[in-house]
Ligand binder design. Structure first.
Ligand code: DGL
Length: 281
């Protein structure tokens, strides 16, 4: 790792693999280092302080491994930790390093998917309560109405391989009903959680045909490409060997097995003790 300067991709666990997949498809030439904090996931219902602390520790570790640029692929971490890290921590750690999230690039473009200006968002409770999407979308599309629904049962359904089961139908219908009750004119639904693309077919099954589903992976990948084009000083530092190293703070065998849900290529992850993360300065 020592002579590589990979792009760091952080997620609370597996979900960021859906973002990583699209980023690597568009930008295969770069080296990548992925960290999934599975031992402390899910982050979705955790407090602001906890998500901030865990995310900061993970970002510091990615920096220590040579990353100059880290993407928080996790919506919850982007909602609860990114601003503090950018404003309070980066100036102290190294003002030449960068941490980017997934909420801003998604918010910059999501309004263009809607014809009626009525957007729906499915996300974790943490992301919904942070109101980050309401704030960010409001900056770019001030006339757009945004209805948010927290879907706390989606992540456990997916991680327990129940996303195609009849049991999942109940919760998918329930969350869609909540969305349409808030705003029956919704014509665009953003899946604002890394895991939810896995449920896309099931959501489609119960969602009215006129509502378009939008996934984040391609949006984040395109935005990263544009960022690297605009910031050549950063682009030049990142090494381009096409490699992918994956670390999980939980069991690598379990991670590799479950990753099949999120990525089509098989992976071989390594273990990183999360206690080591919290012991960093
Ligand atoms: N990665 C998280 C997100 O995108 C979902 C999983 C979790 O709750 O940790 O919000």
């Amino acid at each position: 790792m020592i002579n590589k300067k990979p792009i760091g991709i952080f997620d609370s666990g597996f979900g960021g693999l859906t973002i990583l997949k699209d980023i690597r498809t568009l930008l295969p030439e770069y080296d990548y280092l992925y960290l999934g904090d599975n031992a402390r996931a899910p982050y979705g219902n955790r407090s602001f302080e906890t998500v901030y602390q865990y995310t900061l520790e993970s970002v510091k570790w990615l920096f220590s491994q040579g990353c100059e640029l880290v993407i928080l692929a996790c919506n919850t971490a982007s909602a609860k930790a990114l601003r503090n890290i950018q404003q309070l921590d980066l100036p102290k750690i190294d003002s030449n390093k960068r941490v980017l999230g997934v909420i801003r690039p998604t918010s910059e473009i999501i309004g263009t998917f809607s014809k009626t200006g009525n957007l729906g968002i499915f996300a974790t409770r943490g992301t919904v309560v942070s109101e980050s999407y309401l704030i960010e979308i409001g900056k770019f599309f001030p006339d757009t109405s945004v209805s948010q629904v927290a879907c706390p049962l989606f992540v456990p359904l997916i991680e327990n391989n129940e996303h195609s089961s009849q049991g999942a139908d109940y919760f998918v219908k329930k969350y869609i009903d909540q969305l349409l009750t808030q705003n029956p004119s919704t014509d665009t639904l953003l899946l604002a959680c890394t895991h939810y693309p896995i449920l896309k077919d099931k959501i489609k099954q119960f969602l009215p045909d006129y509502i378009r589903i939008v996934e984040q992976g391609p949006i984040v990948a395109t935005s990263l490409k544009e960022y690297l084009n605009r910031h050549q000083w950063m682009n030049e530092q990142i090494t381009k060997g096409g490699s992918l190293d994956i670390y999980t703070t939980d069991d690598p065998l379990d991670f590799d097995e479950k990753s099949a849900l999120f990525m089509d290529t098989s992976i071989k992850s390594k273990h990183l003790d999360f206690h080591a993360l919290s012991l960093q300065n």
